[in-house]
Design a binder for this molecule. Sequence first.
Ligand code: KG4
Ligand code: ZN
Length: 362
Amino acid sequence: MIILGIESSCDETSAAVVADGKRLLSNVVHSQVDIHAEYGGVVPEVAARSHIEVINPIIKKALRDANVTWDDIDAIAVAYAPGLIGSLLVGVLAARTLAELHNKPLYPVHHVEGHIYANFIVEQADALAPGSLPSKQPTFPMLALAVSGLHSQLVLFKNHGDYELLGETLDDAVGEAFDKVARMLGLPYPGGPAITKTAQHGNPTAYTLPKAKLKSPYEFSFSGLKTAVLRAIQREVGVDHTFPSHELPGRLNDVQRADFAASFQYTAVKTLVDATVKAVDEFSPASVVIAGGVAANSELRRQLSERLPLPIEYAPISLCTDNGAMIAALGYYHAQVVPPTPVDEVTVRPSISMSDTLWNKS
Ligand code: KG4
Ligand code: ZN
């Protein structure tokens, strides 16, 4: 079954073709990072306009790269939730129009579920540039750590479409914390890659930062960590909380900046890894996967590989950040479990949680 996947929930416009939920035939991603970088974050209206401009050429290129025509496409999958409403609308309207025009079944799928299903892509067409795909698909029960700019969640999958949310963040997502701390340090948007790069030269134990104490071991809170970094920077440069925060980066030298980046990254990642290791102890999953933009983080991969009692494989970075391939892969597994949604019933759901999606039995 060959599926076209369409993704436009935030600041990447992407379309991809995946066969049988595991073989990557194409993955075309148009990133708007350059457009938003000058504002220090995503501007929703600008994002929606950019999606409109590029979505059709991106879809055409995805079909061309995969060497398929509309006759070869068995179904369309689209990210309908969660995300920016204007951005989601562009992808959903494109998918609805194409499903109607070419008479294809349509599967609306959840973006965060999609991130997790990127881990099911284990083969690729010979024509694609070589990537480091996992050697085999994850097996159930599967523990997933989903960490992006909007989400930090631990999810236990009993099977496809049958999972339980063990815990999530009570405030900021971990990616959001990376982005905000990067801003405090004068590093560019998106903050994750910039912090990782700067942290390479820093000492992760230079500053002791607190780990939030919460009722459940599977819940997260990153807002306190972010504030702790701010207070530590203020202390380090000798100003109080009344000092304008946009002037703080100018007071830091390169060593301090690198040490803050390394200390923040170490603590944020350790928080995620502690919770994941605890969940592995309690639920004994057959496999563990990580997903979402923050899954690209090398320190997260290092700490997990070191501390997990079972082997773990990682999706390539290009399948961790937002992409259409994960949506196409997930669409395949939806198609095995639930019927397609009638085209005129497919709408956007900007804030629906993963556990409320159409196919989840638990
Ligand atoms: O999944 P994603 O591309 O978009 C959302 O669904 O949010 O995730 C974007 C987030 C941003 O907060 C970005 O700073 C973070 O992922 N990110 C990283 C890295 N690459 C991207 N965070 C830490 N380390 C990275 N290498
Ligand atoms: Zn995402």
